[in-house]
Structure formats: structure tokens, C-alpha cells
Design a protein around this ligand. Structure first.
Ligand SMILES: [Zn+2]
Length: 85
């Protein structure tokens, strides 16, 4: 499914540096950057949360700077992403 990823530098980072919404979720327009401006997400086409983490953290994961568990913990998947399991 198409997922819009917001972050880093979001106004609220209670659940990690990134927030994931379904690309067609109306909440995408409500995510704010640290600057107060509306966040401009990037969209990925993924089938799982793991794939989503790979899209964001590809370099760090390949370089061994972080593991998949750490990467996943840094992404808040909103309920609209439930198709990802
Ligand atoms: Zn959403």
C-alpha cells in the first residue's frame, strides 16, 4: 500500500522521529514540522512495516549503524496503516 512518511523534525515526537499515514489519509494535512509548517511527507509503496523501515533507514541498516528493531521503534504507524499488519 502507499504510505506517506513524515519526519524527521516533527513538532511532536512522542512515538519516534517518523509518523506513517496511509497516502489517502486526511490526517496527512495535519502533521506539523518543528518549524510549525505543515509537514511535506514522502510516499513509498510497501507491503510491510519492515519494508517501510528499510525505505527510511536503508543506509543506516546497510552500514550496521542501527538494526531493524530500532528503526521500527522510530516510526509511529497510525491506525490507517493497519493493512501493513
Ligand atoms: Zn492516518
Amino acid at each position: 500500500m502507499l504510505i506517506s512518511i513524515h519526519g524527521p523534525n516533527l513538532a511532536t515526537q512522542f512515538h519516534g522521529q517518523f509518523i506513517a499515514h496511509a497516502a489517502d489519509c486526511s490526517d496527512n494535512g495535519r502533521v506539523k514540522c518543528h518549524s510549525g509548517r505543515q509537514s511535506q511527507p514522502f510516499t513509498v509503496d510497501v507491503e510491510s512495516r519492515e519494508q517501510c523501515a528499510l525505505e527510511i533507514y536503508e543506509d543506516q541498516l546497510q552500514g550496521g549503524e542501527c538494526d531493524l528493531e530500532t528503526a521500527l521503534a522510530d516510526i509511529h504507524f497510525c491506525p490507517c496503516c493497519r493493512e501493513l499488519g
